[in-house]
Design a protein around this ligand. Structure first.
Ligand SMILES: [Zn+2]
Length: 59
């Protein structure tokens, strides 16, 4: 990701699950408050939670 993308907090690239590599859909229903506030994904393949950059989130 470029400096600009990390600064403005938008990831234009497709996000892949850090665990299983499943591509996350661009449009999804947020699961929980974190995703409503910050974006991010819950992998529907393995259930891993990641942020909008595709980095695994801690529990
Ligand atoms: Zn996954």
């Amino acid at each position: 990701m470029s400096d600009l993308e990390s600064k403005i907090g938008i990831n234009f690239n497709a996000v892949k699950c850090p665990v299983c590599g499943e591509k996350q859909p661009a449009i999804r229903k947020p699961k929980g408050l974190y995703e409503i506030l910050w974006g991010g994904y819950t992998c529907k393949n393995c259930g891993c939670k990641m942020d909008k950059f595709g980095k695994a989130r801690g529990k």
